[in-house]
Write a protein that binds this ligand. Sequence first.
Ligand code: GRF
Length: 191
Amino acid sequence: MTRRFAVFASGSGTNLQALIDAVDAGRIRGAMGLVLTNRPGSGAQTRAERHAIPLAVIDHTPFASRSAFDAALAEAVEAHDIDLIVLAGFMRILTPTFVQRYAGRIVNIHPSLLPAFKGKDAIGDALSAGVSETGVTVHFVNEDVDSGAIIAQQPIAIRSDDTRETLLERVHAVEHRLLPEVVDRLLQALS
Ligand code: GRF
């Protein structure tokens, strides 16, 4: 039985692209059943359209509450027969109701070695802290931001001359390899 995963993304969607490429190459044994973005016109939306992947654009701004927005997300997920949800740069905090509904079936990729540097600017925070190492973490999503059980991590050395751009490039290279590996592994475990 082919397992199906959804990708939630708000931004440029380079991780989404890595997942699309991995499905195409057979490195992810499963199907991308939905791309969901909360930002109309995002890079993620363009990538989904270019690859003819089922797309839901659900702008969060007109919703009166987080729970109403999350109910719309759940409706889209239910309509597409999804086994696993992958947050790849999805910049909205999900409600406990949503997280509990899909417990053990939502993962997030975060650009630090969690529990270090939780939050929105993990790369900037690592650079300002002057640490010599950061990395990438893929973890299950629970009720607290960037706090769920860790599935995979890879460290990345920070060089003394690193800028946000040079470090981001190496973070992305690691993310684009690690996330498809984890998604394939999780989909296989569901089979
Ligand atoms: C990634 O660095 C990911 O770790 C973080 O958001 C970024 C998304 O980048 N959660 P992209 O949109 O996949 O290029």
